[in-house]
Design a protein around this ligand. Sequence first.
Ligand code: HEC
Length: 141
Amino acid sequence: MTTPLRTVVCLAATAFFCSGAWSQPAQDFGRSEYQSSCASCHGAGGKGDGPVRAFLTQPPSDLTTLARRYGGALPTQYLWEMIDGRGSKVIGPHGTREMPIWGEQYGMPALAKSDSAGQAEWYVRGRIVALIDYLQRIQVK
Ligand code: HEC
């Protein structure tokens, strides 16, 4: 290979790897988690206007104003506990601690049943992190 050709190939490869197509995840995991587990109540855009709202005694919170309402930063610890069920009171907005409306998706029972508890734990954590990352991205400025 001649030197100029090598340079062209090298530049093309660099352009490819640095392009948006390469760096963007093919699927927005946090967004799909949100849409499947939270949007029915909190709304597709997080404003608290999901279709199930009409059947609830308390309106679902606007999740786009969390940072603003909790002192300027997303309250990640609080969110983590809400999502994995620890934040549920006797019967909180998401059901009981034992049975939040999203079931075992983000909790310990799912881990206990797994063959490889360590691996499953990281999988569950990954889902929660993706969800919190998504909530971060929908915050109003
Ligand atoms: C069955 C309906 C329903 C679903 C599904 C649901 N929520 Fe909620 N959520 C509520 C309601 C109702 C409230 C407000 C209750 C209150 O004010 O005590 C709430 C409150 C919250 C709060 C507290 C907000 C604040 O202002 O302090 C957070 C955080 C939250 N939900 C996150 C989630 C996440 C994340 C999901 C998806 C994993 C989810 N919710 C799914 C009904 C739901």
